[in-house]
Design a protein. Structure first.
Length: 285
């Protein structure tokens, strides 16, 4: 590798594109830099969307940062950042045992949490069967990952950028083929490698593991997997089957949704008391 190329990568860590995409001649390096600069500039030119604040969107990481759920998300984000420092962890898959466990809400809230800490984050709706994130975020979901895969073109033309946070979103799009065919293609694997060079985090919301095989394929291309279960809803047999379908070396953690109601009350009481004490202290001063 030439010193010019090494210096270019050190100057911007997001330029970690495979070397086989260009040669190391001066002309090749110039073309490489121009292409990367254009792509990163295209990210900033993506259509803007406002992160919804309605209760129906359930984006508590944005609307209620003082809640216990937001605190849990910040703790999870902190653990992910520590893991990223120890090993290469960028592509994060969020999945669940069955539909209804809340994986899409967790995916969106985790992506928002990472972005609000200054991390350049991409959220991908990888559920090509029943995508929901476009509706949640209030963007047009007809064009997206499936569109790019079937018609080619630039992926940057299909991204949306959030107002007020370094968060981008790639909808699933309308899939005309079998979703599994698109997901397991080499083209998808190359896309994820490219996107991980542009962003600090790539969060993928995938279908449930039971009974679909899509999540297992997404998992092979991801660096880490978060598995969700909902207390009182997820059958034990489905959960165990989901755990068995995931490479244990990639299973970063298990999230139990709708748990710790008592802990939530204690947290709210503590936080309310702390806020009251702060206001009283300011009033005295």
């Amino acid at each position: 590798m030439s010193r010019v190329f090494e210096a270019l990568q050190r100057a911007n860590p997001e330029l970690n594109r495979p070397l086989d995409r260009c040669d190391e001649s001066p002309e090749g390096l110039s073309q490489f830099a121009a292409a990367i600069t254009g792509e990163l500039a295209a990210l900033e030119d993506a259509p803007l969307f406002a992160i919804p604040e309605t209760p129906e969107a359930r984006l508590i990481a944005w609307t209620d940062p003082n809640s216990m759920a937001s605190e849990k998300l910040r703790g999870l984000a902190s653990k992910l950042r520590h893991a990223q420092q120890r090993k290469s962890v960028k592509k994060l898959l969020v999945t669940s045992a069955i539909r209804g466990d809340g994986k899409s809400a967790i995916s969106a809230n985790l992506a928002i949490t990472l972005a609000t800490h200054g991390e350049k984050t991409l959220l991908i709706d990888g559920d090509l069967h029943k995508p929901t994130l476009a509706k949640t975020l209030g963007v047009d979901g007809e064009q997206g990952f499936a569109t790019w895969h079937e018609n080619s073109g630039k992926i940057t033309d299909l991204l949306y950028r959030a107002q007020g946070a370094p968060l981008w979103f790639l909808p699933a799009g309308i899939c005309q083929e079998q979703p599994l065919t698109l997901i397991q293609s080499e083209k998808t694997a190359e896309l994820l490698k490219e996107l991980s060079g542009w962003f600090s985090w790539v969060v993928i919301d995938s279908p449930p593991l039971v009974p679909l095989a899509d999540s297992s394929i997404w998992a092979t291309m991801s660096d880490a997997v978060l598995l969700l279960a909902r207390q009182g809803l997820t059958p034990k047999s489905a959960f165990l089957k989901s755990v068995a379908a995931i490479d244990r070396s990639k299973l970063f953690g298990v999230i139990m949704n709708d748990a710790n109601a008592t802990e939530e009350r204690y947290y709210q009481a503590y936080y309310s008391g702390k806020m009251t004490a702060n206001r009283a202290s300011k009033a005295r001063s």
